[in-house]
Ligand binder design. Structure first.
Ligand code: FAD
Ligand code: DHB
Length: 388
């Protein structure tokens, strides 16, 4: 089989890339190890930054997002006894949207299906070959048949456990592992807040997020290696109530039936360069951020916005300049988001060290009370423009 771009991975990065390439007149084939149902059901990110919404809308993927998503003006930052609202729209003119990654994924699958896009699910043994010359990808299809795709370029959108990042020789990597994880729950209960609450607490960080008017998403900082099954539902709600300030100024956390529990380890990882020969990396294949600040999905979208332009220029217009600049241009945003996610994480998660705790509280008070501090957080959270 022959195509212009072989895309490895049908997560948000891979599917959005195939969509944007098609709009630029470039054809692609997508390979995915998991089943379509598995990919569509994975519970992950929940917040889209301003530029991501603009980009999805411009790509014709905004209808359901606008109808079913929820626009938020900002977030609450809190610590014991205090809760402060940061209004991103007042501070920066930019908002964020609550719209789950599962919904983005469903919209992408529907759009690619409507366009007749070839997506091969449940493949195995994916191998990348001759990426410095005439690239091709080999794999075993879901019926056990060996197959090969010849392409002009390969896009590695296969996440942090994929094969693509390993195919870049002599890559430089940067990594930070954090000494805590997030225990995430999904609950069938109306959110107890209109906008997200990021809470510092001596027992550990907590976050109140949501997916819809009837579904809440909440997170607790827990030690690495925590088994979610060792926490009863009552223990989870009690810890959330304490850390989120149930009873503070009359605020109440409403508990409800928990439908999903998972523990997510946290790390920062950056691999550079994001291109080798005809292989281009995008999304989690090139970088991972800890979830605090909701950058992972947004960064994948921003990479793909750049990469699609670069590949369309290279393939359809014979202009190599954007592809030659891709890695360096993308990395500027990658490092901004890596710093922001690290900063949010280290400001809000307790380490047990009293000196750290005082520094964190001082930083939180400054961010919440200074327009300069609040604007810095807002600008990064609501997201910088993709093309600057
Ligand atoms: P992925 O979504 O990982 O997609 C990669 C795809 O490639 C997958 O479908 C995978 O099955 C496939 N693949 C892997 N190997 C191969 C192969 N060899 N061949 C073919 N296909 C392959 N971000 C936030 O902002 N907020 C959150 O709350 C949040 N929660 C998260 C929870 C979890 C458990 C995880 C893992 C991530 C979370 N993230 C969150 C991060 C966010 O979901 C990712 O940044 C985003 O999914 C990146 O998209 P992607 O397409 O680059 O990678
Ligand atoms: C969600 C995840 C985040 O990492 C975050 O900072 C905000 C919200 C969420 O899953 O809803």
């Amino acid at each position: 089989m022959r195509t212009q771009v072989a895309i490895i991975g049908a997560g948000p990065a891979g599917l959005l890339l195939s969509h944007l390439l098609a709009q630029g007149g470039v054809e692609s084939v997508v390979l995915e190890t998991r089943s379509e149902e598995y990919v569509a059901a994975r519970i992950r990110a929940g917040i889209l930054e301003h530029s991501s919404v603009e980009l999805l809308e411009a790509a014709g993927l905004g209808a359901r997002l606008r109808a079913e998503g929820d626009e938020h003006r900002g977030i609450y930052l809190q610590w014991p006894g205090e809760r402060h609202h940061l209004d991103f729209v007042n501070l920066t003119g930019r908002s964020v949207w609550v719209y789950g990654q599962t919904e983005v994924q469903k919209d992408l699958i529907a759009a690619r299906r409507a366009a007749g896009q070839e997506i091969h699910y449940e493949v195995s043994d994916v191998g990348l070959h001759d990426i410095e010359g005439s690239p091709y990808v080999t794999y075993t299809d879901k019926n056990g048949q060996s197959a090969r795709i010849d392409a002009l370029a390969v896009a590695g959108c296969d996440g942090s456990f994929g094969v693509s990042r390993k195919a870049v020789p002599a890559a430089k990597t940067f990594e930070r592992v954090y000494p805590y994880s997030w225990f995430g729950i999904l609950a069938d209960v109306a959110p107890s807040t209109d906008e997200l609450i990021y809470a510092w607490h001596p027992d550990g960080f907590a976050l109140h997020s949501m997916r819809s008017a009837t579904v809440s998403r909440l997170y607790l900082q827990v030690p690495n290696g925590t088994d979610p099954q060792t926490w009863s539902d009552d223990q989870i709600w009690d810890a959330l109530a304490t850390r989120l300030g149930h009873g503070q100024n009359g605020w109440k956390l409403n508990p409800g039936p928990i439908t999903d529990k998972s523990v997510l380890p946290m790390r920062s990882y950056v691999q550079t360069p994001m291109r080798h020969g005809n292989l281009f990396l995008a999304g989690d294949a090139a970088h991972i951020v800890p979830p605090t600040g909701a950058k992972g999905l947004n960064l994948a979208i921003a990479d793909v916005a750049l990469l699609s332009k670069a590949l369309v220029a290279r393939i359809a217009e014979k202009d190599d300049r954007p592809a030659d600049a891709y890695s360096e241009t993308a990395q500027r945003r990658v490092w901004r988001c890596t710093h922001f996610s690290w900063w949010m994480t280290t400001m809000l998660h307790t380490s047990g060290d009293p000196f750290d705790a005082e520094l964190q509280l001082s930083q939180l008070r400054w961010v919440a009370s200074s327009e300069a501090g609040a604007t810095g957080l807002a600008e990064n959270y609501a997201g910088l423009p993709i093309f600057i």
